[in-house]
Design a protein around this ligand. Structure first.
Ligand SMILES: *Cc1c(COP(=O)(O)O)cnc(C)c1O
Length: 370
C-alpha cells in the first residue's frame, strides 16, 4: 500500500476553470471580482452581513481581535488546547491571554471554567471550536452579556457546521475562518472574517489593506497589515464553496466508516459522534490513547508511519509553549485535560480525497498496533 497522507484536498470541481479565468482576464490581485463574490457567498452562508477575505486564518484572527477593540493590557479568555494563532493574535494586540482547560469528551474548551477567570480587565472571550464539534456557545454568550464582554469566534475548523441549528461563524461580535488545505474548503492559503457589525467590518477592511485612507491614499492614521486575499485564491474558494455540502457529507461518511471500524476498541477513545448541539463534522478524525494502550501518541505515530499511514499530533497546550513561558505567561498554571490530549492524542488520515479503501487500511493499521 502506498503512503496514505494525513490530508489531501479535492480540487476537481470548477477550480481550474475559475483560475484560468483569472489568467485570461489578468485579474490576479486582490482587486479582482472573485474576492467580493466569495466574501458575499461565504458570509451569507454563515448568516452574517459582512465578509472580509484575508490571506490566512491567523491574519483573520489578528485583524478581528484588533477590530473587536482589544487593546493593551486587556484580558482575553481562550482555551489552552488550540493553535498558537489564537494566543498570538491576543498578544500582538498588546493584550493578555487567559486560559481555560478542555472537556474530557468533546475536547472543546471547558466553558464552566470561564466565570472564575473573569476579572476587571477581561475584555473578550475567544471561542475556539476544536476538531468537529462546536464548543458550548450559549453559556459563553450569557457570560458575555452579564459582564459586557466581546466574543470572538474562531470557526476555522468548522466551516459548514452548526450549533443548535445555527451556523458556526454566526455567533458573537466577529468570527473567523481559515481556508488552509486541510480545512473543509481551501484556497491554498486564505481566511475570512465575518461579522454583522459595520464598524468591525470597516475596521477589518482597513487593517487588511495597510489602513490606507479612502479619501487620501498613502496617508495613514493607523498601522495596518497587508492581509489581502488574491483573486486567484478567491477563484479556488468559490469553486470549493460550491461543493461545501458535498464535502460535509463526505467528511461525515469518513467519520462514520472510521467509527464502524474503531468503536468499542479498548485501547483508545474516538471522537464523540454528536453532542447536544451538533453532529460531528470530523474536521479531523482524532484518536486518544488510554492507559490500556501503554503507549503515547508519539510512539503510535511513529509505528503508523512505518505502516505508511500519515498522522499529526494533537495541539500542544498554550501554557506549556516555550515561547510563551519566555514571556512569563501562565507560570505554574495547570490544565490537565489539555496536557493529556497533547500526550495521548493524534489524528489519522481524514482528508477529502481519502478513498474508502484507504480509510479501512488506516483503521486496520491502527488496530494492529495493539
Ligand atoms: C487552521 C486554524 C487556524 C489558522 O489558520 P491558518 O490559515 O493556517 O493561518 C486558526 N485557528 C484554528 C482553530 C485553526 O484550526
Amino acid at each position: 500500500m502506498n503512503f496514505i497522507p494525513v490530508n489531501e484536498p479535492l480540487l476537481n470541481g470548477n477550480e481550474k476553470k475559475y483560475l484560468s479565468n483569472c489568467i485570461e482576464t489578468g485579474w490576479i490581485s486582490s482587486e479582482g471580482p472573485y474576492v467580493k463574490e466569495f466574501e458575499e457567498k461565504f458570509s451569507e452562508r454563515t448568516g452574517r452581513k459582512y465578509g472580509i477575505a484575508v490571506c490566512n486564518g491567523t491574519a483573520a484572527l489578528e485583524a478581528a481581535v484588533i477590530a473587536a477593540g482589544i487593546k493593551k493590557d486587556d484580558e482575553v479568555i481562550l482555551p489552552s488546547f488550540t493553535i498558537i494563532s489564537c494566543v498570538s493574535s491576543v498578544i500582538r494586540a498588546g493584550a493578555v491571554p487567559v486560559l481555560v482547560d478542555s472537556e474530557e469528551d468533546s475536547w472543546n474548551m471547558n466553558v464552566n471554567q470561564i466565570r472564575k477567570k473573569i476579572t476587571k480587565k477581561t475584555k473578550a472571550i475567544m471561542i475556539v471550536h476544536i476538531y468537529g464539534l462546536p464548543a458550548d456557545i450559549d453559556p459563553v454568550l450569557k457570560l458575555a452579556e452579564e459582564f459586557n464582554l466581546k466574543i470572538i469566534e474562531d470557526a476555522a475548523e468548522l466551516i459548514g457546521q452548526t450549533y443548535k441549528g445555527k451556523p458556526c461563524g454566526s455567533f458573537g461580535d466577529v468570527s473567523t475562518f481559515s481556508f488552509y488545505p486541510n480545512k473543509h474548503i481551501t484556497t491554498g492559503e486564505g481566511g475570512m472574517i465575518v461579522t454583522d457589525d459595520p464598524e468591525i467590518a470597516d475596521r477589518c477592511r482597513s487593517l487588511r489593506n495597510l489602513c490606507f485612507k479612502p479619501e487620501k491614499r498613502f496617508v495613514h492614521d493607523e498601522l495596518g497589515f497587508n492581509f489581502r486575499m488574491t483573486n486567484l485564491q478567491a477563484a479556488l474558494g468559490l469553486a470549493q464553496f460550491e461543493r461545501l455540502d458535498e464535502f460535509i457529507l463526505r467528511k461525515r461518511r469518513i467519520g462514520k466508516l472510521y467509527n464502524e471500524h474503531l468503536r468499542n476498541f479498548p485501547f483508545f477513545d474516538i471522537p464523540m459522534e454528536k453532542s447536544e448541539s451538533a453532529e460531528n463534522i470530523y474536521w479531523v478524525y482524532g484518536i486518544l490513547l488510554n492507559e490500556k494502550s501503554k503507549m503515547n501518541a508519539e510512539t503510535a505515530m511513529k509505528l503508523l508511519n512505518k505502516k505508511n499511514i500519515g498522522t499529526r499530533p494533537f495541539f500542544y497546550p498554550m501554557h506549556l509553549q516555550p515561547v510563551l513561558k519566555k514571556l512569563r505567561l501562565f507560570e505554574n498554571e495547570k490544565y490537565p485535560v489539555s496536557e493529556k490530549l497533547a500526550e495521548f492524542g493524534f489524528y489519522i488520515p481524514s482528508g477529502l480525497a481519502l478513498t474508502d479503501e484507504q480509510i479501512l487500511a488506516s483503521a486496520e493499521a491502527l488496530k494492529s498496533l495493539f
